[in-house]
Design a protein around this ligand. Sequence first.
Ligand code: AMP
Length: 216
Amino acid sequence: MVRVIMLSPPGAGKGTHSKWLTLQTGATHISSGDLLRDEVARGSELGRQVADYTERGDLVPDELIFRILAPAVVAAARHTGGYVLDGFPRTMPQALRAAQFGADLALTSNAVIYLTAPEEELVSRLLDRALRDGRTDDTLGVIRHRLAVFAKETAPLVDYYRSRGILLELSTDRPEAEVQADLLDWLQARGLMPPTAGHARPDHAQPAGANATEDL
Ligand code: AMP
């Protein structure tokens, strides 16, 4: 079963591809952003504590994130045996703590998908989403801030996971079906998904980092 971390700047498609991957694999989709927005919408104590951060596009403090995420990951492991983590971890301290948590509970991640697109494309997608979904953090100023937060806090995770041999980098500046075909091939080549008849690509027969260390 896949235990995947989706890592990407805002607007690169992690929500879309996480939902697709969830349908393909039967793993549980866990979106930290959705969980936080639910808390804010319900007006819970936790929701009141996180609302200022999410409105500004700042990262929510790790303690609050773990309070929400840890039970969701444990429940996912129990119910489906797998997860697609959409939006977590987002800082090196979160990644290190998640790795420890994963090792303790035998819930280590086996893949990290890093989605990319040019910055102006990200901005334009998020402004389109603002018209569609009305997310309060999809305004131009907050979008620029979220991209800067990604560059400073989250981008270092790319090298961290790449060095462990479990990272796949995919450009999403192309049709969704192409991104998904590449993703499927890579997961299949690593033995994380069963092969699809007539779909295997010979150039992926020898996966990179097949013996890589696994980390949550
Ligand atoms: P997202 O839906 O992934 O774009 O996340 C929306 C907002 O939720 C972010 O801008 C942050 O304020 C907050 N958030 C989501 N995930 C995390 C995380 N792992 N750590 C800290 N803040 C987060």
